[in-house]
Every structure is written in C-alpha cells, then in structure tokens.
Design a protein around this ligand. Structure first.
Ligand SMILES: [Zn+2]
Length: 249
C-alpha cells in the first residue's frame, strides 16, 4: 500500500500530462525576405502571420510554444534548430511558402508540399526547393562547411526513431492542410534542408502554398485562409501527439 500522500502525488502525475513544447519557425525575416509574390507580398511576412496564429492556437490547447522570431528580424539559419534544442522542444515546425522560377511555372503551380529531412531529395523539384531555402543565409553568417552540413544531416538521420516520427508528423500535417485549405496536393517529400538538420526532435518544413502564384498568394494573404492553415496545423500536431502517446502506452 502506498502512503496516502504518495498515492495522491502519483495520481496527480498520471492525470497531468507533461508539458508539450512546440517550436514554430516562421521562415526568413529581416534582411531575408524569402520569395516574393507577383504583387509584392513577402514570404517573410506571411510565414510570420501563419506562425503567430498557429502559436496562439497551440497555446490555447495547453502547449508551450516558442517562436524563433516574433517580428521582422533576421534569425541565422543555424539558430533556429538550436532554439528548439535548447528549449527541449517535442516538435519543430518550420513554416515557408513555395516559389517557382519561370513565368509559366509560376502561373500554373500551386498547392501544398510538406517536407522532412533526407540527405537525398525526392526529385529535382524538391532539390530546387531545398536549394532555394538553404541559400538564405546572413551576410556574415559563416558559410556552412559542406562536410559539416552533410555530417549534421547524417547525424539526424541516424536517429531512426526521430526520422520515423518526422515522417508521421509530415503526413498528418500534409493531409490536414490539403483538406482544410482545399489546396493542391503536391505530396510529402524529403530533401536536405539545413534548417531541419540540426533539430534533435521530430521536425518538418511546410510549404503552405506558392507565393509565386498570384491567385494562391492572394489567398495566403487573407486572414481567414491563414487561420484555416493554422487550425489545420494545430489539429495535425494534436493528432500526432495523441497517436504518439497512444503508441507508448
Ligand atoms: Zn522559405
């Protein structure tokens, strides 16, 4: 028999779920504007809007939420995963908007793509997306040593459990976003993103839509669409967490 106080403490511990920490990373910011829409909308502004809304929703659900930036400031790419590691986050979600290079491809390409880390890209488009996002580095931020970068990616990939969880998180996020937004389903993909390479927890990079497509960019600027995206992401994260906890029990 447990002493009454010990029994009480155990029941409280069982009834109180551990704090769940999510680091939300609004892509780009400050000097790094990211991609630009045909009418001049900046990726860095829209990712912050979506991230803020996601953060608010997760907090209302009881999560501890840390944004890698809360204003239009430059955050070195290496710092983003470091913030997640230092805060012992359970999840890392990097929010981005996609872009195509040519007039014709910008006109016809829209929809959601969700990524998790791999040393090799799924296809040439995924490789181009990673190259575009990876190119965004501070003047003065040390150019990553290619060997270090590959090493960091390989170290992340060695954590098979985390990679499997990242994959499951990516599929949850992707299916919820596509359904909620009624957006094109361009698939879950893998690519070597620096921003994900250092994160020691399940992590995904979401390309919520194509800012290079005029119609999708105009949708992405609307508060209602941003809220829909944030709600879908929060719902996916909650579902992922429930499934992860159920699998452990
Ligand atoms: Zn981006």
């Amino acid at each position: 028999m447990l002493a009454p106080v010990a029994a009480l403490l155990l029941s409280v511990a069982a009834a109180t779920p551990p704090v769940f920490t999510v680091v939300v990373d609004p892509g780009h910011g400050g000097a790094q504007e990211g991609a630009i829409s045909p009418r001049g909308l900046r990726e860095s502004d829209l990712t912050l809007e979506i991230a803020r809304r996601l953060g608010a929703r997760l907090r209302r659900m009881g999560a501890r939420v840390i944004l890698t930036r809360t204003g239009d400031v430059t955050v070195p790419m290496a710092n983003r995963a470091a913030i997640a590691n230092a805060s012992r986050a359970d999840l890392f979600v990097s929010i981005h908007l996609n872009s195509m290079p040519t007039v014709e491809s910008r006109r016809v390409t829209a929809g959601v793509e969700t990524y998790f880390l791999s040393a090799d890209a799924t296809d040439t488009h995924a490789s181009a997306v990673a190259a575009r996002e990876n190119a965004d580095r501070l003047a003065g931020e040390p150019e990553p040593d290619p060997d270090d970068t590959v090493g960091a990616i390989l170290a992340s990939l060695e954590d098979a459990a985390s990679l499997d969880a990242s994959s499951r998180l990516a599929y949850r996020v992707h299916e919820r976003l596509v359904a909620a937004l009624g957006a094109g389903d361009r698939g879950v993909k893998q690519a070597p993103f620096y921003v994900l390479a250092g994160a020691r927890m399940p992590s995904v990079l979401v390309e919520v839509g194509f800012i290079s497509n005029e119609a999708e960019a105009e949708r992405l600027r609307s508060k209602a669409y941003q809220e829909k995206a944030a709600a879908a992401l929060a719902d996916a994260i909650a579902t992922f967490r429930q499934e992860t906890r159920a699998a452990r029990n």
